[in-house]
Design a protein around this ligand. Structure first.
Ligand SMILES: [Zn+2]
Length: 372
């Protein structure tokens, strides 16, 4: 019985870490599960123990491969002769590590950033709205949507734009701009494209971070989850069945509530059901709701920009509530999602190894646009 259990366990593990060809037959992608080790991935591509030993001795950075965690990703690429070409290690919470092999030695941290050729520009001067003026300037709707998705993390495009504000797009021949820059009377926000290890093009600030934030799980320190997200439940006060479209965090009255990610206060009100409630908007797609608060943080009003971890209010039991708790909702494009289950966006970063080139290119683009 023990033996069959082991066999089951083994086949389970093999299943979990089976390589999946990303593109072509020599390109393997792996996602780390509990109990995985790098050598298992390495050997599953057919590479030798001798090469693994050489890799581990090649540089102290190789030690990172021995400290892997569930959720981390690997990509191992072999050349046509089934020899190692490149290893990309993408930890869930850190910059990727690039290791290339030329048959003789290992090279660390070489990332490819496309050199810039002759740049062209589009300048959108705000007269009415970003959507209207971008269309007028001949910008494709998908590009405008990308601009809205990015800039909405830093500003409320429906109320923060002033006549005469500019959006500048820099093009390097592709369908998407290599830079999008907002130049307003009070601030400038510059974003530059960078292709990550998965081949996705994203926009990063000159500091190498995407403009979106990573969400904290809970917006308050809580004792327990007193009620989860359900489509249908019995309501103790109303004595009826109804859905609960959020998560209730039980905590004493007065416990601080913090913004789980940077955002903009969309709405602050006292309602009969929600009691004292705050709506925060994060980017263009995400909205979070905080209900039954005993009070709001001082100075919190709609339109205010809040940082991740900033105090927004205090737990209470105002409105229709049976005891002190925070009722927390997450809506994506208007649809309620289960805060305990939803996969939220994460901030990502340009790998440290690529930063000098990335920043050099950013400076060139800004110079080209005559922006300091
Ligand atoms: Zn609730």
């Amino acid at each position: 019985m023990y033996k069959s259990f082991l066999i089951t366990l083994l086949s389970f593990c093999v299943f979990l870490s089976a390589p999946s060809a990303a593109s072509g037959t020599h390109d393997y992608s792996f996602k780390v599960s509990r109990g995985d080790a790098f050598y298992k991935f390495f050997f599953s591509t057919g590479l030798s123990g001798k090469l693994l030993k050489k890799l581990m001795a090649s540089d102290e950075r190789a030690q990172k491969l021995n400290n892997i965690y569930p959720g981390d990703k690997f990509r191992i690429t072999l050349n046509d002769n089934h020899e190692l070409d490149q290893i990309i290690y993408s930890p869930a919470n850190d910059n990727p590590l690039f290791i290339t092999y030329d048959g003789q030695s290992f090279n660390y941290g070489k990332a490819n950033i496309q050199p810039i050729g002759k740049l062209s520009q589009t300048i959108i001067t705000i007269q009415k709205s970003l959507n209207y003026d971008a269309k007028k300037a001949g910008v494709a709707a998908e590009v405008t949507k990308m601009m809205v998705d990015n800039f909405s993390w830093e500003m409320d495009l429906s109320r923060d734009l002033r006549k005469g504000d500019k959006f500048m797009l820099s093009w390097n021949g592709g369908k998407t701009p290599i830079a999008m820059i907002y130049v307003g009377s009070r601030k400038t926000i510059a974003l530059f494209s960078y292709k990550n290890t998965l081949g996705q093009n994203k926009y990063f600030t000159s500091k190498g971070a995407t403009i979106n934030d990573t969400f904290a799980f809970a917006p308050t320190k809580y004792n327990r989850i007193s009620s989860g997200f359900t489509k249908r439940r019995f309501h103790p006060t109303l004595k009826i069945y109804r859905s609960h479209r959020g998560t209730d965090f039980a905590a004493p009255s007065g416990t601080p509530v913090y913004a789980p990610a940077k955002g903009i206060v969309k709405y602050r009100a006292t309602l009969s059901g929600y009691g004292n409630v705050i709506y925060l908007k994060h980017g263009s797609n995400y909205l979070t709701v905080y209900a039954h608060l005993s009070k709001f943080a001082a100075g919190l009003k709609s339109g205010k920009k809040v940082k991740k971890g900033e105090l927004i209010g205090y737990v209470g039991t105002t409105g229709q509530s049976t005891g002190p708790h925070l009722h927390y909702e997450i809506r994506v494009n208007g649809i309620h999602q289960d805060p305990e289950k939803i996969k939220l966006p994460k901030q990502s970063f340009v790998p440290t190894s690529a930063m000098p080139e990335f920043q050099k290119r950013a400076r060139q683009i800004l110079q080209n646009l005559n922006i300091k």
